[in-house]
Design a protein around this ligand. Structure first.
Ligand code: HEC
Ligand code: HEC
Ligand code: HEC
Ligand code: HEC
Length: 141
């Protein structure tokens, strides 16, 4: 009896493990993208090599979810990934901040995430000091 239960658990773990890794592999998002603030009066698109960051960082470094009452939920594998602006807007996160960055705009949320890290890396590594420059992301045409 015990043996049968153990075999069932092992089989279940195998199946769920398989599904979890499949869903991650299937939903990596685009390899590269151009990020833009919807409805912006003064668009300033940002280039984002997504794949290069996935190779370097965990998904949780950038992705998370939210409870119904507006609290941040940490990323877990297989979590549904929403557009930053679907939460980082004036309706859902009015008045929220991270340091001096406003979390109720895409610009603020993106700078709190992207620019903060780029500044830290630039500070530590002389060879990477260009990372904090505006036109590293806001590429001039
Ligand atoms: C350095 C930050 C960063 C990391 C690390 C990262 N992502 Fe993303 N990801 C983004 C941004 C920014 C977007 C674009 C969101 C938007 O359009 O608002 C995105 C978009 C996506 C999308 C498309 C969502 C949609 O509906 O448009 C998927 C899927 C995704 N990421 C999966 C992943 C997975 C899986 C990992 C880890 C293996 C990961 N990402 C790691 C920043 C990141
Ligand atoms: C499902 C809703 C939701 C989505 C989608 C979302 N966020 Fe957030 N985010 C939140 C909430 C809620 C907080 C916490 C706000 C508070 O209470 O201060 C937060 C906080 C943050 C913070 C500050 C705290 C921290 O973790 O550093 C940053 C930076 C951030 N988000 C960036 C992003 C970026 C970049 C994206 C897109 C890749 C994104 N968020 C997508 C809901 C969301
Ligand atoms: C936790 C740290 C971290 C976060 C968050 C992050 N980056 Fe980066 N990013 C890096 C590092 C490190 C490199 C350099 C990789 C290398 O040189 O090998 C890089 C490289 C880049 C490059 C290429 C620069 C070049 O000249 O090759 C662009 C563009 C970029 N990031 C944009 C973004 C954007 C846009 C976001 C937010 C959506 C973002 N990054 C979030 C760490 C980060
Ligand atoms: C590491 C990448 C990165 C760096 C460096 C960066 N930004 Fe951004 N910035 C973004 C992202 C991502 C967004 C949100 C998407 C968009 O609107 O371009 C954004 C948004 C903006 C916006 C809002 C655009 C709009 O349409 O409302 C402005 C203005 C801006 N950034 C100015 C700057 C300036 C000035 C600097 C240099 C001090 C800078 N950014 C450095 C990634 C970056």
């Amino acid at each position: 009896m015990i043996k049968k239960v153990l075999v069932t658990i092992a089989a279940a773990t195998f199946v769920f493990g398989g599904i979890a890794s499949l869903s991650v592999a299937a939903d990596m998002g685009p390899a590269e993208m151009t990020l833009e603030t919807a409805g912006s009066a003064k668009p300033k698109p940002a280039f984002f090599p997504h794949k290069a960051h996935q190779d370097l960082l965990t998904c949780a470094e950038c992705h998370h979810a939210m409870t119904d009452d507006g609290k941040q939920v940490a990323y877990v594998d297989g979590q549904e990934i929403g557009k930053c602006q679907s939460c980082h807007n004036e309706e859902k996160l009015a008045g929220k901040k991270s340091g001096k960055e406003k979390l109720d705009t895409f610009k603020g949320a993106a700078h709190a995430n992207c620019l903060t890290c780029h500044k830290e890396v630039a500070q530590k590594d002389e060879a990477k000091k260009a990372l904090k420059k505006c036109n590293t992301c806001h590429v001039k045409k």
